[in-house]
Design a protein around this ligand. Sequence first.
Ligand SMILES: NC(=O)c1ccc[n+]([C@@H]2O[C@H](COP(=O)([O-])OP(=O)(O)OC[C@H]3O[C@@H](n4cnc5c(N)ncnc54)[C@H](O)[C@@H]3O)[C@@H](O)[C@H]2O)c1
Length: 341
Amino acid sequence: MEQLKVGLVGLGGQGRAHAKALLQAQQKENYPCKLAAVCDVRPEQFETIEVEFNIKESSSVLGFKNYPCYTDVDEMIAKEKLDLVIIAIPTYLHCETAVKFLKAGIHVLCEKPMALDVEQCDEMIRVAKENGKQLMIGQCLRFWDEYRILKSYIDSGELGAVRAGMFYRGSDTPKWSFRDWYMHKALGGGAVFDQHIHDVDMVQYLFGMPNGVSTNGKIIYEDTNYDTVCTNYIYTNGPLVFSHNDWTLSCGFAHGYRVNFERATLEMGAGGLILSVRGKDPERVEFTRSSALSNEVEYFAECILGKRVNDINTPENSRDTIRLVTAEIASANQGAAVVHP
Ligand SMILES: NC(=O)c1ccc[n+]([C@@H]2O[C@H](COP(=O)([O-])OP(=O)(O)OC[C@H]3O[C@@H](n4cnc5c(N)ncnc54)[C@H](O)[C@@H]3O)[C@@H](O)[C@H]2O)c1
């Protein structure tokens, strides 16, 4: 079977998560991609990858020494014959780096958030079209088991219509990044662009673009924009939808949702995925855990190979998500005034 040659740019936290997911998945029969080369401006990132691999030559620590390693994307583009690149570098570099690869005729899977403003998103979409290459953004919740299950309950209608949904996410403050880019809004957009965006994108995926947003926000750190936000998404005649994000938690990473349908409530939280059908005992929803990142990469590769059309996670959807987070910040700046995205 044809396997696409994948370049990976950025070997920080998320690049390593992609490397782990890809190196594990590519051992499966019929997985449509394989890692071909890596790039990071810091050569020390090639030395070790602190994740466990289920492959012959590794124990628990594996470097990238068996792969061509580059410290410059232009050199990588010039020397490698890549089909697809995964871009996992700080957000302020997404647009210019994606554009470079697309112009070189390479399909691009770029990490979320797509970019720091809608104009950059438009440019990425335009260059992809002009060069006949596919672009997808790593809004990985669309490929995440519990959120896929929620989407299928909504689409099937078997539990009735959604009355209300609440989505939450949070973590400790990310003070460990490359040149501290997470902590500067001009580089990463702050918690709203970087972390809250997962739930914003999910809200948009499940319920469409809201008519308005109203956001309350609190600034804790000097230059990060809002560090904790609460947003109401206004759907005229639709469900009540609310989301909370906070990256100043003391309890570590947490995410989940509670969606109330006419005949049941589905809850994702620390206790697992629980379905409570009215009049019956709550039940744990059983599923086999899969990797959202390898699902996402596999899906994109199948789109590139012409086996399916991307109707789950289009770049236009990702641009709309950037429109939404931009509207949320505008709302928070006006004391939670309703802003129409
Ligand atoms: N999908 C998710 O759930 C998820 C989770 C975490 C991060 N992310 C996203 O992934 C991206 C990277 O985040 P991170 O946490 O890995 O950041 P990080 O700071 O840990 O790592 C960034 C890496 O990029 C490298 N780098 C910087 N400039 C480069 C360049 N011009 N060329 C090549 N390499 C370069 C740095 O040396 C560093 O190793 C961000 O957009 C972030 O929002 C997504």
